[in-house]
Design a protein around this ligand. Structure first.
Ligand SMILES: Cc1ncc(COP(=O)(O)O)c(C=O)c1O
Length: 359
């Protein structure tokens, strides 16, 4: 059997998603389980997006618009870009794959940081591309070390900003210093999945850099509350987008996702409620964690990396038994850390109550 499988595939450690609520309820015989494990929007989805899904249910016999025409035009206008600057994907996950296939050749490498989004490595391996990751510095991407580590065959540098799972960010000055004088034959991907939650002034305005070899990734999964529909997008210069379009599947974004995203983009009230829920929840959690004597890493995203000062897998299991799903960070070698997604006020209170019991 091993002889039949591509060797690089055998090296892949499978992605471990957050445990689904239904699975935990089924396996542990629990009710009212809460999931704070996958950085989803705790408020649900925009009602306008849900209404659009219902309106479009009778057109599912048709293929979706492979070009996402209406969504592309609306979003371009909103971001003050040209439609040719945008490409949509089945979640931004898919676009990571499209980028690696489009830009990185077989003997070229993807460079990034350790303790960052695991898909960069999985997708590189699945495509048989080389992959290298440098250590974080104080839980942050060490851009200077990454710059120094660039080799002749380095073709794409992925920067999750804010970073998942640390919630830290690289600021405008650091990013500009990094971009200055980079070799012309590589691309920089700024993965901004959590962009809308950021509440600091020195966060880079990434759209200013797309005339350089920068590609920005964003998603409807987080602030827009549409993780289950799978839709994300990339922003780049039209020449890049045109080549990425050759690589993606022709009907990669389903019809309901396009219809919902078209409405979600305009639902400013839902976006601002989502943002406020996260920012308020973050303050509450910081405060409670401090009272409990746990350390944490300051986050500009909708999750917090918490130092629980004991084996995170034990904490994970003890919280699970109380119906609270979080993420243990042992896969990153952060043996005493968990990552908790900021939930509704009620969910945050429940998490803290459960955490008190495992202290
Ligand atoms: C940094 C980062 N990039 C990309 C993604 C993927 O998002 P999507 O749901 O759009 O595929 C995630 C999801 O958790 C993420 O944390």
């Amino acid at each position: 059997m091993e002889n039949l499988i591509n060797k690089n595939i055998l090296k892949i450690k499978p992605y471990e998603p957050g445990k689904p609520i239904e699975e935990v309820e089924r396996e542990l015989g629990l009710k009212n389980v809460i999931k704070l494990a996958s950085n989803e929007n705790p408020l649900g989805s925009s009602l306008k997006a849900l209404a659009a899904i219902k309106r479009n249910l009778n057109t599912l016999n048709r293929y979706p618009d492979g070009n996402c025409f209406y969504l592309k035009n609306k979003l371009a206008k909103k971001l003050k870009l040209k439609p040719g600057n945008l490409i949509f994907g089945n979640g931004s996950d898919e676009l990571i794959d499209v980028i690696i296939k489009t830009f990185v050749g077989l003997n070229e490498e993807v460079l990034t940081s350790k303790v960052s989004f695991v898909e960069y490595e999985i997708v590189s391996q699945a495509n048989n591309r080389r992959f290298r990751a440098l250590p974080l510095k104080n839980f942050k991407y060490d851009l200077m070390a990454i710059k120094m580590a660039i080799r002749k065959n380095t073709k794409a540098i992925f920067i999750a900003n804010p970073n998942n799972p640390t919630g830290t960010y690289v600021n405008k000055r650091e990013l500009e210093e990094f971009l200055k004088g980079l070799p012309k034959n590589l691309i920089v991907v700024l993965d901004e999945a959590y962009n809308e939650f950021v509440d600091v002034r020195d966060f880079p305005k990434s759209l200013d850099y797309i005339n350089k070899n920068v590609i920005i990734l964003r998603t409807f999964s987080k602030t827009y509350g549409l993780a289950g529909l799978r839709i994300g997008f990339a922003i780049a210069k039209p020449e890049f987008i045109e080549c990425m379009n050759r690589v993606r599947q022709p009907f990669n974004v389903n019809l309901l996702a396009q219809a919902a995203a078209l409405e979600a983009v305009d639902d400013a009230a839902f976006l601002s409620r989502s943002r406020k829920t996260i920012l308020d929840g973050k303050m509450y959690l910081y405060n409670e964690l401090e009272k409990l004597g746990f350390g944490y890493v300051c986050s500009v995203a909708n999750f917090i990396l918490v130092d629980v000062k004991q084996d995170c897998r034990i904490v994970f299991n003890k919280l699970l038994k109380q119906g609270v799903i979080i993420r243990p960070m042992a896969i990153y070698n952060l043996k005493n850390f968990i990552r908790v997604t900021i939930g509704t006020r009620k969910e945050n209170i429940r998490f803290i109550k459960a955490l008190k019991k495992v202290k």
